[in-house]
Design a protein around this ligand. Structure first.
Ligand code: GUN
Length: 291
């Protein structure tokens, strides 16, 4: 069994991006500027957004964190339009989930697709399906990059993606099936109505768990030698931790790991790769706009 070390791979990517920023500075070209909007006080979302801002600082990107305890949908839309028209900002994200009085789709669709570094806008998702240049959603793109940089063959493999969320499972299932590298998998997108899930997972060469249910994937479900990617990051109470909680993946790591050829840990697997992908997209935002 080999651990897929997302933390180390993300660090490698950050170093490459840092060097690219150095070159831009030397040439007198603009340094990328990422803005992040966070609404509310959810601890998990704040941790993620802070990690994104910290990554910007390490790479040498400029960053702005825009925080609201609460905001109306109308005022948030106005802020999105302001960032769309602000030449200093190269890309921005609105951290999800948003409070229930705000329509997430409406906000996502208001973002200029050329600044949509999360790759959530329907224009970017549509281009992704057609394999056209676009921003790829950060978590799926991070998973593909992790597979690629660890020389894991995907072509012709049977892959089960568990969970059909708009930001992970759904786009990832398409990206893995596309005629690209990584890609060319035969993908099953499993969800709450899937029948015989255990059997489907047991036949898979690559299993990707993205449902947010701790310990959902158990050893009896996984084929010997499978590649297992765990996207889950649920906070569970843990008195032994300083902050009183620990992050738990969707895979019962201790019993599944011995059966795998490769497996991602939680934390330190997919999470750091998501942030690295966002940074890649932020640099690309300048290239796509010819800056
Ligand atoms: N919430 C969970 N993951 C993400 C992400 O990648 N981007 C945004 N904007 N919100 C999220």
């Amino acid at each position: 069994m080999q651990l897929l070390d997302g933390k180390a791979t993300a660090q490698e990517i950050r170093e490459e991006l840092r060097q690219a920023v150095e070159v831009r500075k030397k040439n007198g070209t603009k340094v990328p500027h990422l803005a992040a909007i966070l609404v509310g006080n959810d601890g998990g979302s704040l941790t993620y957004v802070n990690a994104k801002v910290k990554a910007c600082q390490q790479i040498g990107f400029e960053s702005s964190l825009i925080r609201y305890d609460d905001i109306s949908e109308e005022a948030l839309l106005a802020k999105v339009h302001e960032l769309n028209n602000d030449d200093k900002i190269d890309g921005f994200i609105v951290q999800l989930p948003l409070p229930s009085h705000i329509d997430e789709l409406k906000i996502t669709m208001a973002i200029d697709p050329l600044k949509d570094v999360d790759g959530f806008h329907p224009e970017n998702l549509g281009k992704m399906v057609l394999n056209l240049p676009c921003f790829l959603p950060a978590t799926p793109a991070g998973i593909l990059e992790l597979l690629k940089r660890n020389n894991i063959e995907t072509s012709g493999k049977d892959c089960v993606v568990i969970g059909r969320s708009n930001i992970v499972g759904m786009p990832l299932s398409i990206m893995l099936a596309r005629n690209s590298n990584p890609g060319n998998c035969t993908v099953t997108l499993a969800h709450s109505r899937t029948k015989d899930l255990k059997q489907k997972v047991a036949n898979a060469d690559i299993v990707i768990a993205a449902i947010g249910k701790p310990d959902f994937v158990t050893a009896d479900m996984v084929k010997e030698g499978a590649v297992v990617i765990d996207v889950g990051t649920t906070r569970v109470d843990d008195a032994s931790k300083k902050n009183g909680w620990a992050l738990k993946g969707d895979v019962k790591f201790d019993e599944v790991a011995p059966k795998c050829s490769f497996i991602t840990p939680v934390p330190g697997g997919v999470g750091p790769m998501t942030i690295a992908s966002l940074m890649i997209n932020t640099l690309r935002s300048m290239e796509l706009r010819g800056i």
